[in-house]
Design a protein around this ligand. Structure first.
Ligand code: NAI
Ligand code: MG
Length: 788
């Protein structure tokens, strides 16, 4: 029989290798030995490590392990370049980004092959996904650069950005970081991951060739220590990191108190939900994309299959059938589905996790057939018979391992989906659009894909909730992450208010006070758990009143009440506005009383502070139904609805000054956006806010939305920062207090905003708008395909 007839008979695939010659020629032209790219020049290779091809273990090149002196030289170059680069017209910067995009398109094949050789991912993916998305990102941001002045008025670049990226999408993560940074006028020092430096170095040569001003992009290669040197460098203004949650937490702690901007894109354990009315065959194809794309080494991999019980057996059978047809092998072969994992250490890590899961009762299915004996290959695996506590359900595996569980009702699906410390992405399949659009907002994840998965576009923000990090990459949100308000430069240190000389308290002095002001938790007045009160003093040191001395237990109760009130987020914006308007009205009604209270505490006429507080409530009532999302049109048959969602439970530690406005100015934007709050008012002048709960009680505010705990601000801030039930924390106070709050926030990586001892004057109209609104919210992008 001739060959073709034979093939028809067996339907065997023949090899279809992509040629590696171009990539090899480029590597040879560099003598396969690389220094860093600093200030537009190549440094001599220093102490090096090997970059290898994980598909065959062959060394590709020697890469320099960056020292702190190297990082310092790169930061100096970036600093020197900043002035000129940021002063260029946006149009001029846009042209450079456009030139980069064009060059990447022109050399797409070289980039794709080099990426596949260094990383092990199938050429089909680097060619059709990674590199086209890289080019798209530079095009998109060329546009942002051009329109920056009109689209982001009053905003300025950070300065020098330190960027640290992982190995799973080496060039794509570089693009996600460098394109917006440059568009905004920042300069960068970027460190690729140690396993995959090559396409970043090729990119450096592209920068050279398009004549990018020297020092604008600096590439320093190296391992974790080099990354740490970037994180800790004092002359870097912002850190952007993508990688493991573990390292993300180290970076959060390391940058605490430094004032550096920070965005983190971390791990995930994303649910993939299949409802009984889904198009099952499409859902199977989607699943292949969700968990076997890039060997499962994807931060947003749909690694937890949740399938409705009624179709579980049928669906799992289809999945197994499909798994048996996945081809594992040479990544440069164009008909390969699953390539090599990035490095032996990752293979070991995955095997280790699998063993632990099996010891805990998991059952693993792998299809028959062989994988290449050499190289970092693993078969696709399906894990069943697991409880939510199983290691394989809880931990990010970062490999070709799918874990399956079932659910009965949509409510149960949501509960299981959200039962994770992560919140990067979620996928759901259903032919019922009502069900799909009902579920999507309930999933705590930064991206939700309906009837599709792993869709990305430069115009659509990407990033996580919870321990998957904060900040977005792509879209308007992503641009915003590389800009800061110009007025921030002008902030002075806040005057430290002098301690007042208090008169020794005669225990009987309190007698004339009608009562000790209680705290306010879950809509009820609450006595402090400690049983102790704090005396508060007026401007001349006289006793002005007493409030409860709140402690850890009171905070816990308040957080519990705030969590129980989460329905506030789903209350219609119009209804939230009504409550805020009513608050304004009732406060205004009692303005004389509140002004007198301010005077009694601070000695200052409180009239205008009360008036401004009323105005703020009014202003944010007006914002509830206006600070909303957008609909993007990515280049495919889909829309992406960018929904603005509240963070959840927000801790607010108000400044010592401005007893009323200091709290209202922060509380109003938080609750306007649907957050529930635990408020710690000024510890010195707490009485304005303990008076305020009477206003809350008469304004139809649902219980638990606003909770007030009085006491020592710093101690309560620490408890809030450490509490895993708190999703965000705003702290207005000293630089040391701010550093403490940021450091203590690492437990659940809650989003923090701190004033760092600077004089944020809440009376300024700039705080009546989007500054705090954007900090009270996060954007979820819901992808909705269309077409029959
Ligand atoms: P990693 O988080 O250590 O590496 C990411 C980047 O951070 C690399 O460039 C690395 O050199 C750098 N880095 C390491 N330690 C650092 C430090 N102390 N300061 C600053 N930079 C530092 O991830 P790794 O060890 O390569 O992979 C381990 C696991 O992390 C994976 O199995 C996976 O679960 C997870 N991971 C998640 C990623 C994601 O995109 N969500 C990407 C890479 C890894
Ligand atoms: Mg490599």
């Amino acid at each position: 029989m001739n060959k073709i007839a034979q093939i028809f008979d067996s339907l065997e695939y023949g090899p279809a290798p992509e040629a590696a010659d171009q990539a090899n020629v480029w590597l040879d032209s560099k003598t396969r030995s690389f220094g860093h790219f600093i200030d537009g020049k190549w440094t001599k290779p220093g102490k090096t490590f090997a970059s290898t091809n994980p598909a065959n273990g062959q060394k590709l090149a020697d890469i320099t392990d960056g020292t702190s002196a190297d990082v310092d030289a790169a930061v100096k170059a970036a600093r020197a370049a900043f002035k000129g680069w940021s002063a260029l017209r946006g149009y001029e910067r846009g042209k450079y980004l456009y030139a980069i995009a064009r060059m990447i398109q022109k050399h797409a094949r070289l980039f794709a092959v080099l990426e596949t050789m260094d990383n092990g991912k199938p050429i089909r993916e680097s060619r059709d996904a990674d590199i086209p998305l890289v080019a798209r990102h530079f095009y998109h941001h060329a546009g942002w650069a051009t329109h920056l002045d009109t689209e982001f008025p009053g905003m300025a670049p950070y300065g020098v950005c330190g960027q640290i990226i992982p190995w799973n999408f080496p060039l794509l993560m570089l693009a996600w970081k460098i394109a917006p940074a440059l568009a905004a006028g920042n300069t960068v020092v970027l460190k690729p991951a140690e396993f995959t430096s090559l396409t970043a170095l090729l990119f450096a040569e592209i920068c050279e060739r398009v004549g990018l001003p020297r020092g604008v992009v600096n590439i320093v290669t190296g391992e974790g220590d080099t990354g740490a040197a970037i994180v800790n460098h004092p002359d870097i203004d912002k850190i952007a990191f993508t990688g493991s949650t573990e390292v993300g937490k180290i970076i959060r702690a390391a940058t605490a108190g430094s004032g550096k901007g920070l965005s983190l894109e971390l791990g995930g354990k994303s649910p993939y939900i299949v409802f009984e009315d889904a198009d099952l065959d499409s859902a199977v194809e989607g699943l292949v994309e969700a968990i076997w794309f890039n060997q499962g080494q994807v931060c947003c991999a749909g690694s937890r299959l949740l399938v409705q019980e009624s179709i579980e057996e049928r669906f799992i059978a289809k999945v197994k059938n499909r798994m048996a047809k996945l081809r594992v092998g040479d990544p440069l072969d164009k008909s390969i589905d699953i390539g090599a994992l990035v490095a032996p250490v990752q293979v070991e890590r995955i095997k280790d996790l699998m063993q632990r899961g099996v010891a805990e009762g998991a059952v693993v299915y792998e299809p028959d057939g062989q994988v290449p004996a050499e190289g970092c290959f693993l078969k696709p695996a399906l894990v069943t018979n697991v409880s939510p506590a199983n290691t394989l359900v809880a931990e990010e595996i970062f490999g070709p391992v799918l874990v399956a569980m079932s659910f009965r009702t949509p409510e149960e699906a949501v509960a299981l989906a959200n039962n994770t410390r992560y919140g990067l992405a979620a996928t759901l399949w259903s032919e019922n659009i009502n069900l799909a659009l009902d579920i999507a907002p309930k999933l705590k994840a930064g991206v939700v894909w309906i009837n599709g998965t792993n869709q990305f576009d430069a115009a659509v923000g990407f990033g996580g909730y919870k321990e998957s990090g904060y900040g977005r990459e792509g879209g308007r949100e992503g641009m915003g992450a590389y800009l800061k308000p110009v007025w921030k430069k002008g902030l002075k240190s806040a005057a430290v208010s002098k301690a007042i000389a208090t008169k020794p308290a005669n225990p009987l002095d309190g007698g004339h006070l009608d009562q000790t002001a209680k705290m306010y938790i879950g809509g009820k007045q609450a006595r402090p758990d400690s049983g102790y009160n704090r005396p508060l003093h007026g401007p001349r040191g006289e006793l002005a009143g007493e409030v409860g001395d709140g402690n850890r237990k009171d905070i816990r109760n308040a957080v519990e009440a705030a969590r129980a009130a989460s329905g506030w987020a789903n209350t219609a914006a119009h209804s939230r506005a009504q409550v805020l308007y009513f608050l304004a009205e009732n406060l205004d009604y009692r303005r004389d009383e509140f002004a007198a209270r301010i005077k009694a505490q601070t000695g200052e006429d409180g009239t205008s502070e009360v008036a401004l507080s009323v105005e703020r409530l009014f202003a944010f009532a007006g914002w509830t139904d206006k600070f909303d999302g957008a609909v993007h049109n990515p280049p495919m048959r889909a829309i992406a609805a960018a929904m603005v969602e509240p963070l959840g439970v927000l801790g607010i530690v108000a400044p010592e000054t401005n007893p009323l406005l200091g709290s209202i100015g922060l509380l109003a934007p938080a609750i306007a956006m649907g957050n529930t709050a635990v408020l710690v008012p000024s510890s010195r002048h707490a009485l304005s806010m303990t008076d305020f709960y009477q206003v809350l009680e008469t304004s139809d505010m649902p219980s638990g939305v606003v909770n007030i705990v009085t006491g020592d601000s710093l101690a309560l801030a620490k408890t809030l920062a450490e509490h895993d039930g708190v999703d965000g924390l705003w702290f207005m106070g000293s630089a040391e207090g701010s550093a403490m709050v940021e450091k203590a926030s690492v437990g659940n990586l809650k989003q923090t905003w701190t004033s760092r001892g600077l004089d944020y004057d809440l009376a300024d109209p700039r705080f009546a708008g989007d500054y705090f609104l954007s900090r009270a919210t996060q954007v979820k992008n819901v992808w909705i395909p269309y077409g029959a």
